[in-house]
Design a protein around this ligand. Structure first.
Ligand code: CP3
Length: 353
């Protein structure tokens, strides 16, 4: 990066500028694999406290920043955080993930949902994002994130994480009109929430459609893609310069569809070879990824080889180096440190063809 540049590395790459090495961050980089996080969790056992008390959420977001200086610092929060603001009460249970108190199953419940008013229901987001921007200055890029309509609907309807998605698929395949109303309402509130995060300081925002990979491509086209597009279109209307990233877990079968979502950057997981993903997506689509998080259980030499391999395959434009999904809780911190050090030492001459 040129010394005169004041725009951080990740933001420049996400905007399509050529940079001297791919910027690097890690999904779930704040969390359980860090001792500092586990210690703080003892003091604040409730996830909602950790993510909604600004001082605590700021501290957790900054733990990986202080330890590894990643090119991206992500807000510590959860995809279900805005749901109570719509009238969907929830908690995040230790070891289980989100739990919805009254799962959404009826038309009447959908009619009763409120549009999100961020200043009323998630004001802590502003305090957290402003503090993160203040702290990292232009040395790193602050990322916000949201859940996508299909994935949040899956939590709202199922009431918790699911292996089969039987309740929401029952609704999708026997009463689609009702589900479409829920998806539309979620999309409009998610767009409001994304804009709010940007207004509060997020420089890049990632949308997690984690469970959209559970849909067949034909159903992805009906229940996931149109609502991803609805969110991205609404946000682009008012915030055209903020890069937006899309993630779908298990996305190998829908990569080309992700490219038409309106996202600027498509996350690729490790089930797809990065060179093949590039070929399938076309040269104009920016990518993020895609190391197997399990690589961080390998030797240092192995980690290094896989970083180099991914960076070579991704080419020298439009790549944000990341894992293909979140860092695993059992990962040795030392290997996370090595991953970041190695990635940040890559130079254009040595690695890229
Ligand atoms: O990347 C980051 O550092 C930001 C932190 C972050 C969390 N959740 C914190 C969290 C992010 C980006 C999320 C997004 C999220 N939450 C997703 C999309 C990402 C993905 O994995 O596809 C999903 C599906 C959720 C819902 C959710 N919340 C799950 C599945 C879990 C984990 C359950 C478990 O214990 O394994 C949660 C809880 C949660 N959110 C944790 C963290 C760090 C773990 C609980 C804890 O640390 O106490």
């Amino acid at each position: 990066m040129g010394v005169s540049s004041t725009t951080p590395h990740l933001l420049r790459a996400a905007r399509g500028e050529v940079v001297d090495r791919p910027p690097v961050w890690m999904m779930r980089q704040a969390g359980r694999y860090m001792k500092a996080y586990r210690d703080l969790r003892e003091k604040y056992p409730s996830f909602r406290d950790r993510s909604e008390i600004p001082e605590v959420a700021i501290e957790v977001s900054l733990q990986p920043w202080r330890a590894f200086q990643p090119d991206g610092v992500i807000l510590f929060s959860d995809i279900v955080t805005p749901l109570p603001g719509l009238g969907i009460e929830m908690d995040i249970a230790e070891g289980k993930g989100p739990v919805i108190f009254s799962p959404i199953r009826t038309q009447e419940q959908i009619d009763n949902l409120r549009p999100l008013e961020p200043e009323e229901s998630v004001p802590f987001i502003k305090t957290i994002l402003q503090a993160l921007r203040q702290e990292v200055g232009n040395k790193s890029t602050v990322l916000g994130f949201v859940g996508a309509p299909w994935t949040l609907a899956a939590y709202a309807v199922e009431g918790k994480g699911s292996k089969t998605y039987s309740v929401i698929k029952n609704m999708a395949f026997s009463d689609p009109t009702t589900l479409h109303q829920l998806l539309a309402k979620l999309a409009d509130s998610i767009a409001v929430y994304m804009r709010y995060q940007i207004d509060c300081g997020a420089q890049v925002v990632q949308m997690f459609d984690s469970w959209a990979g559970q849909l067949s491509p034909q159903d992805y086209d009906i229940f996931a893609l149109p609502y991803q597009q609805r969110v991205f279109q609404q946000v682009k209307q008012t915030h055209p310069d903020t890069p937006l990233i899309l993630l779908v877990s298990g996305s190998a079968g829908v990569l080309e569809r992700m490219a038409i979502s309106g996202a600027d950057v498509v996350t690729v997981d490790w089930a797809v070879d990065m060179a093949e993903a590039r070929a399938r997506l076309g040269k104009h689509v920016k990518v993020q990824g895609n190391l197997d998080p399990g690589v961080l259980f390998g030797s240092k030499q192995f980690i290094r080889d896989r970083i180099l391999d991914t960076v070579r395959k991704a080419g020298n434009w439009g790549h944000i180096l990341n894992l293909g999904h979140g860092v695993l809780p059992e990962t040795p911190e030392e290997n996370v440190a090595f991953f970041f050090e190695t990635a940040k030492q890559l130079d254009a001459a040595g690695v890229r063809g």
